[in-house]
Ligand binder design. Structure first.
Ligand code: TYD
Length: 137
């Protein structure tokens, strides 16, 4: 499984740092951003996610603190630590994800290609494995 991380342009000067990204063809985010959400104040030891999506594409940016993302494509698992606000992790369809190791100040920003749709979720791991075998991606 390939891990796709993007580094966004940042302005760093004597006032501090500013990072920016744009969506659209040839830009930082290849899809039109339809939804933005963020996860924060995660209680110590909590793990989130435990699902895959059929269609949704996302970029995850840990804009404060740090957290770790488990990615599983059904044949391989990878753990990616996010701790740089100028870096985004791509998660495409058909990838099981879990988020853990949130530092107390962590804010995980998610840029999503679709509006919220519970029908796009696969929340059961065995069903996820079966879905991959169905070849209906
Ligand atoms: P969920 O995606 O399951 O979060 P996590 O995987 O981090 O635990 O979402 C948790 C709840 O929030 C669930 O009831 C659906 C709701 N929700 C929305 O209504 N809109 C959204 O955009 C998101 C991401 C979640």
């Amino acid at each position: 499984m390939e891990i796709t991380k993007s580094k966004y342009r940042s302005i760093c000067d004597d006032k501090g740092k500013l990072t920016f990204l744009e969506s659209g063809g040839g830009k930082d985010i290849p899809f039109a951003i339809q939804r933005v959400y963020y996860i924060y104040e995660v209680l110590p030891g909590e793990r989130r996610g435990f699902h895959a999506h059929k269609k949704l594409e996302q970029y995850l940016i840990c804009i404060a603190g740090s957290c770790t993302i488990l990615l599983d494509d059904g044949s391989e698992m990878k753990h990616v630590t996010l701790n740089d606000p100028s870096e985004g992790l791509y998660i495409g369809p058909g990838t099981w994800r879990e988020m853990y190791n949130f530092s107390p100040e962590a804010v995980l920003l998610v840029l999503a290609s679709e509006h919220y749709d519970e029908n796009d979720y696969i929340r059961d791991y065995d069903r996820f494995l079966a879905y991959l075998k169905e070849d209906n991606k």
